[in-house]
Design a protein around this ligand. Sequence first.
Ligand code: COA
Length: 255
Amino acid sequence: MDQIITESRDGILRIEINRPDKKNALTAAMYQAMADAIKAAEADGGVRVILIHGKPDLFTSGNDLQDFLDNPPRDDKRPVFQFLYGISQAQKPIVAAVAGAAVGIGTTMLLHCDLVYAAPNSRLQLPFVNLGLVPEAGSSLLLPALAGYQRAAELLLLGEPFSAQKGKEIGLVTEVVPENELFETALAQAKKLAAKPAASLRITKQLMKQGQMAAVTQRIKLESDHFGERLASPEAKEAFAAFLEKRKPDFGRFN
Ligand code: COA
């Protein structure tokens, strides 16, 4: 799977999203590869930290819209959910390095990471409503809790792109880091974590997340029910067709 590159070195499992010709859009096969890598990392005593990144100017444009049509995730057993349950329940720390487009799951997956470094060229976006869909990855629960209701509503209802700086203001981004230092910074922080007592890290993370873990898992499932239903809606079909035909969608005929 050359669209997801994994490399384990010095206690760090690096997961690189590598499909630049489609703006790193994620297919079911790519989610499966990432889910498998996280599962293997959790079981491998040699891995102490997970580092997720894309290209210097591109994180991911989110779910592949064509793959959504060809391969709709109708239930929460599908690869995307294995990936989401994997990152949301991971015991080992996860560091993310974000640059360029970080759309849809490219933003929501960050809610499950422990340290998020983002370059000033980042364009985060939660365009679910614009696509006739609903939020996923537990974001309908985690984002209001993190950012406050009004800021979450702005990002989820309007679905417009926002900057790394705004991501930092709402608590989603740990630090904004210049493009040319992004990967090295994220790697250096991952190395710091890899050198720490692994059990203490694991238990600390577990303690911080314990109160909300069951609620997050339950919300991911609830969102997936709505998501599957909305994916089959005429609004979503119009939004996806418009994207693939490079035109503006027209939702005027649906109510
Ligand atoms: N799914 C499938 N294909 C995608 C994609 C996606 N999420 N994002 C980009 N692509 C494809 C485009 O169709 C295009 O393919 P083509 O060269 O065969 O025509 C190619 O990647 C380049 O994309 P383009 O839109 O020309 O690049 P851009 O730099 O102008 O814009 C984005 C980049 C990320 C802003 C834009 O592609 C976008 O909005 N993508 C959709 C994001 C989205 O809605 N994701 C789903 C979230 S749930």
